[in-house]
Write a protein that binds this ligand. Structure first.
Ligand code: HPA
Length: 261
């Protein structure tokens, strides 16, 4: 099977953008898009959650290409917290300039209502696992201050302002899933300082930092977390609200991608 480098040939990458649950439509389609199923790229994951596509879309951006990852694999699918390591490592080896993650998330705060877009500024890893367990050597001791790249965050904020879109900041707490949280767990998350809860993103941020890749993450709030404002989340609701909010995320990313010289 060909690796990402061989698929790209001489093409060079600009941004890689991971589109989470219900958000595959953010990429839209353009006439000269090149789409490669993950199953044809060495080290990319198999994706098996409804709402996740499992293909890489390459789109020209001047001299370079943006790579949209249509769907991700999650820890809860296999028990492997490093399930995205191959894909993120391959992107880093191809010298992608940055990784922009998107995800659907539950909100623990009244001001982050369903439909809101939040820029993740930091995270809490509550999962009890870690994608670098088993790594050897000093590289595994990855610093996590400013893990969410300040320069990329500033550019995403500017993009939101330019496109007159409201964007909040939030701290994201990683729960393993696949069950949704209990109301008691959400009360704990809230007390610990989490604004957003979800089942992805955190291991990918750690892996990106491990590979030295600047990373930022946007969460689309699809629901109030369990017990908040009557929240009783379901996967159907997550997919439905994500699909409704996808256009706003697309709008924001379009403004971000247009910032490049
Ligand atoms: N909890 C965990 N993950 C989620 C949620 C939630 O409430 N909503 C979307 N992804």
């Amino acid at each position: 099977m060909k690796n990402l480098r061989d698929h790209l040939g001489t093409a060079r990458l600009r941004h890689a953008i991971v589109l989470g649950t219900g958000l595959a439509s953010v990429a839209g389609t353009q006439a000269d898009d090149h789409i490669i199923p993950y199953s044809e790229i060495a080290d990319f994951p198999s994706v098996d959650v409804s709402g996740h596509a499992g293909a890489l879309l390459l789109r020209r951006a001047g001299e370079l290409y943006d790579a949209y990852l249509l769907g991700r694999a999650h820890y809860y699918e296999s028990g492997n917290a490093a399930v995205m390591k191959g894909a993120i490592g391959a992107l880093a080896a191809c010298e992608v300039q940055s990784l922009i993650l998107t995800c659907a998330a539950g909100s623990t705060r009244a001001h982050l209502a369903p439909g809101a877009i939040a820029l993740i500024e930091d995270h809490i890893n509550l999962s009890g696992t870690h994608p670098l367990i088993g790594e050897t050597g000093d590289r595994r001791f990855v610093p996590m201050v400013d893990a969410y790249d300040p320069a990329l965050r500033a550019r995403l904020k500017a993009a939101a302002q330019e496109s007159h879109m409201a964007m909040q900041n939030g701290i994201y707490m990683w729960f393993s899933g696949p069950s949704f949280e209990t109301p008691a767990e959400i009360r704990m998350a809230c007390a610990m300082g989490a604004d957003l809860v979800g089942m992805s993103t955190v291991p990918e941020v750690i892996l990106a930092r491990f590979f030295g890749l600047p990373v930022a993450a946007l969460a689309l709030v699809t629901n109030f977390a369990a017990g908040i404002s009557g929240g009783a989340p379901t996967h159907e609701e997550t997919k439905r609200v994500a699909a409704q909010g996808a256009q706003n995320v697309a709008h924001l990313l379009t403004a971000f991608l247009a910032q490049e010289p």
